[in-house]
Design a protein around this ligand. Structure first.
Ligand code: ADP
Ligand code: ASP
Ligand code: MG
Length: 410
């Protein structure tokens, strides 16, 4: 059996006209001889009555620290609503369908509410549908712990459901349908001349996604890569083929073109970050200061990032919503932290930049031409990160995209 997994994001399902368009896409794929497994996200984004954020806010208006188990139950509602609607709409077009929750679709996870990992997939119910010519419509983003409790897979996790099913069913392709043309050299909402990448490696998209290009969830890519299942990121609103994520392309006459990592693949950003800086001037003689700082934060479950420990200071970032708590904890431990609340991390991502001189020089040149101060920087084999003030984020992304000429056709 030739199987295609087709996952539709929230904006692709937002109106009944769009859901009709989605039905057409599914029908067209079936008429090419493929059995389709549909995965859905919750309808719409923030503000939409059935979006995940709306359900979260409903509870948080009553209780700022609700139980993670109950949060997962309410967060999973959006996918149930959109799945049942789409299933009925497909049915109205004459296609036999069956809606399945994540657990019913055999997505079995660990018990980590809010960001559960898939342990295994038991595709029995899904296969049963396909064998009977029924299109299974599956709620993305949710699974079931081995104890039968409902779990969610982390924000944006419907992509992960699609990839995991793709691997379990040995699908020909996992299509991620969204509201942009595919994976681009930067978020097209910020950079007007961002270029569509028609084929990229798993490695490249993984780096982009980990650094904030939320077009596909990083876990979804890791799972597809491990199972060597091709992913295609494409638009619900156009017929273009989007971006194929794979390590090779079949050419003519049985030739196979190996896709290489680009020097610079794209520019990404993450906002909602606060920087914390502790000057060690007077206290540097004391032993174990760093340990005391990081342990006190770990004890209250605050995760730190962008860590820089030097004899003169300790710098790191925390998510904005943990900044107040982190400041209080550090003050209670006798420190006087300097906190910059509204920051963003901008990254130049390129899986082949290792050992190439001049990349950082260009980054500094671009940002200083626009008078954008770098609050902190860091790098790895595949990325250079700069922390900037939130108000400079959009300009930083644009100027770096221009400096590396990523909008030009190659
Ligand atoms: P969906 O609801 O379909 O899952 P998401 O909002 O999760 O959609 O992801 C799509 C969004 O990702 C786009 O609307 C776009 O603004 C954003 N995005 C960020 N970086 C990129 C990029 N490099 N290429 C394409 N889209 C990007
Ligand atoms: N609805 C979930 C979220 O908003 C999952 C997803 O969209 O993929 O995070
Ligand atoms: Mg998404």
């Amino acid at each position: 059996m030739r199987i295609a997994i087709q996952k539709f994001g929230g904006t692709s399902l937002a109106t009944s006209d769009l859901r009709l368009r989605v039905c057409d896409i599914i029908s067209a794929t079936r008429s090419k001889g493929l059995s389709v497994v549909v995965v859905v996200s919750a309808i719409g984004r923030k503000q939409n009555p059935y979006a995940t954020d709306t359900f979260i806010n409903l509870v948080k208006e009553i209780n700022s620290y609700p139980s993670p188990r109950e949060m997962d139950l309410i967060m999973s509602c959006g996918e149930v609503i959109s799945g049942v609607l789409l299933s009925n709409q497909l049915c109205a077009t004459g296609i036999e369908t069956k809606f399945l929750t994540g657990g019913q679709a055999g997505i079995i996870t660990d018990g980590n509410y809010g960001s559960a990992h898939i342990l295994y997939v038991n595709p029995r119910n899904v296969l049963n549908c396909l064998e009977n010519n029924i299109v299974p419509v599956i709620a993305g983003f949710q699974g079931m712990g081995e104890n039968g409790e409902l779990t969610t897979l982390g924000r944006g996790g419907s992509d992960t459901t699609a990839s995991a099913l793709g691997v379990a069913l040995n699908a020909e392709v996992v299509d991620i349908f969204t509201d942009v043309e595919g994976v681009m050299t930067a978020d097209p909402r910020i950079v007007e001349n961002a270029r569509l990448l028609d084929a990229i490696t798993y490695n490249e998209i993984c780096q982009l996604a980990r650094d904030g290009a939320k077009v596909v969830h990083p876990r979804a890519i890791e799972i597809a890569m491990q199972g060597a299942i091709p992913l295609r990121v494409r638009s619900t609103f156009s017929d273009s083929l989007g971006t194929l994520v794979t390590n090779h392309l079949n050419g003519s006459n049985e030739t196979v073109r190996i896709i290489r990592d680009c020097l610079i693949t794209g520019i990404t950003y993450t906002s909602n970050i606060a920087q914390i800086r502790l000057n060690m001037g007077i206290i540097q003689e004391q032993k174990g200061i760093s340990l005391k700082v990081f342990k006190s934060l770990a004890d209250v479950d605050i995760s730190v990032d962008f860590i820089n420990v030097q004899p003169e200071h300790i710098m790191f970032t925390v998510p904005s919503d943990s900044a107040l708590k982190a400041t209080k904890v550090l003050q209670d431990s006798g420190f006087s932290p300097d906190v910059t609340l509204e920051c963003a991390k901008v990254a130049v991502v390129g899986a082949a930049m290792t050992g190439i001189p001049g990349v950082m020089a260009k980054v500094v040149e671009a940002l200083s031409e626009k008078d954008i101060p770098i609050l902190q920087s860091g790098d790895s084999y595949t990325n250079i990160w700069c922390l900037v003030k939130r108000e400079h984020m959009e300009d930083a992304v644009k100027v770096l995209h221009d400096k590396f000429e990523l909008g030009k056709k190659i």
